[in-house]
Ligand binder design. Structure first.
Ligand code: FES
Length: 122
């Protein structure tokens, strides 16, 4: 059965359609707006991961950063995060932490793929 709905509710959980599987090629990432949230969707070795697209440090837009395997580098000050977990891997420099504070983990979202569509759980 093909799913054409953009929002489905399963067991009380809201699944929002982000895109089609073919929209984010393996080894790449893309930013989407889903229910007024900026989401970064990454395809790492055929697995999809979703995290906040805005860097919690100072608002850098992560989809224009650099993705290497499962690590995204913020384009503004260079913090790195694991897109598969949202965990902060490397914070900004010591001097920047002193000046304006450090970063923290990204919010991550559970992803599911059904009938060539990618959904996240909100
Ligand atoms: S805005 Fe991302 S590391 Fe500073």
């Amino acid at each position: 059965m093909k799913i054409d709905l953009y929002l489905i509710i399963m067991g009380g959980l809201m699944l929002e359609k982000v895109c089609n599987v073919s929209d984010v090629q393996e080894g790449s990432m893309k930013g989407f707006t889903v229910e007024s949230r900026y989401i970064l969707l990454s395809n790492v070795d055929g697995n999809f991961y979703a995290v906040d697209a805005v860097c919690p440090h100072a608002g850098g837009y992560l989809p224009i950063g650099k993705l290497e395997n499962n690590i995204i580098t913020c384009p503004v000050h260079g913090s790195t995060y694991d897109v598969s977990t949202g965990k902060l891997v490397k914070d900004v420099s010591f001097l920047l932490r002193i000046a304006i504070g450090g970063s923290r983990d990204l919010t991550s979202y559970k992803v599911s793929v059904k009938d060539e569509s990618v959904f996240i759980e909100l």
